[in-house]
Design a protein around this ligand. Structure first.
Ligand code: KIV
Ligand code: NA
Length: 265
């Protein structure tokens, strides 16, 4: 199958065909999602919570994320692989953003990078796109700013809706090829999607975005506990894996595994 390229994403927007994006952080899931026809895979800094066990996305580092990006790009044939720039690796200056993005492109072999923030990050986006690095924006609720935003809260309600539109337009103007909108009212997301020529990718942003993204462990029910409202679980991987581990343990304890056919004679 042909590699997914940025113009394909723009064409899907023009045709009104919604497309899916998933996070992935390792070889097996990257291979499976690629084969399932997910056109864009995101190695999110959500690896902080979903791989490394941090409570927020803030602690994860470039050095922790790079090997995950490399594993995903090695395992992917068709999908466009986007690497998230972690907290502290791009905010200082457009120069810092470019230096970090170059590492993800060279060492991680990513096809694009993503960073959080609106208008104030237009110079950072411009520095990257000017150097040949495709950039995906991320506005609305931005987890790297959760302490400043007062926790996980819907962004862009009321007056703030116009700010969100301005942020999205600024990112597009700076050369971003797509914009993630996280936890914003569906009506605002619809308006942004209408005003932009580049695709919008929603998470908790209603049905009118050009694309939809979920964290894969949420999508497949590996993460347990109460899920946010915007999550839909399409499988019960936690149940399946816990059942498998329990069955294995029981059979070993009962002396049933390995059976004769699992042994060399
Ligand atoms: O890190 C992440 O998983 C993300 C997506 C939710 C967009 O940024
Ligand atoms: Na992220």
């Amino acid at each position: 199958a042909k590699k997914v390229r940025i113009p394909h994403l723009q064409e899907m927007k023009r045709r009104g065909e919604p497309w899916p994006m998933l996070t992935t952080y390792d070889m097996y899931t990257a291979e499976l999602f690629d084969e399932a026809g997910i056109p864009v895979l995101l190695v999110g800094d959500s690896a902080a919570n979903n791989v490394f066990g941090y409570e927020t996305s803030l602690p994860v580092t470039v050095d922790e994320l790079l090997p995950l990006v490399r594993a995903v790009t090695r395992a992917t044939k068709r999908a466009l692989v986007v690497a998230d720039l972690p907290f502290g690796s791009y905010q200082l200056s457009p120069e810092q953003a470019l230096a970090t993005a170059v590492r993800f492109m060279k060492e991680g072999r990513a096809h694009a990078v993503k960073l959080e923030g609106g208008r104030r990050f237009a110079p950072h986006v411009e520095a990257l796109t000017g150097a040949g690095v495709p950039v995906m924006g991320h506005i609305g609720f931005t987890p790297q700013s959760e302490h400043n935003l007062g926790g996980y809260r819907v962004q862009g309600r009321g007056e703030a809706g116009a700010e969100l539109v301005a942020d999205a337009l600024a990112l597009q103007e700076a050369g971003a090829f797509a914009v993630v909108m996280e936890m914003v009212p569906a009506e605002v997301a619809k308006q942004v999607t209408h005003e932009l020529t580049i695709p919008t990718i929603g998470i908790g942003a209603g049905p009118d975005c050009d694309a939809q993204v979920l964290v894969w462990q949420d999508m497949a029910g590996l993460r347990r506990g109460k899920a946010p409202r915007f999550v839909k679980r399409y499988a019960d991987l936690a149940g399946a894996l816990s059942g498998a581990a329990t069955a294995f343990a029981d059979e070993v304890r009962r002396g049933e595994f390995p059976a004769s056919e699992h042994a060399f004679h």
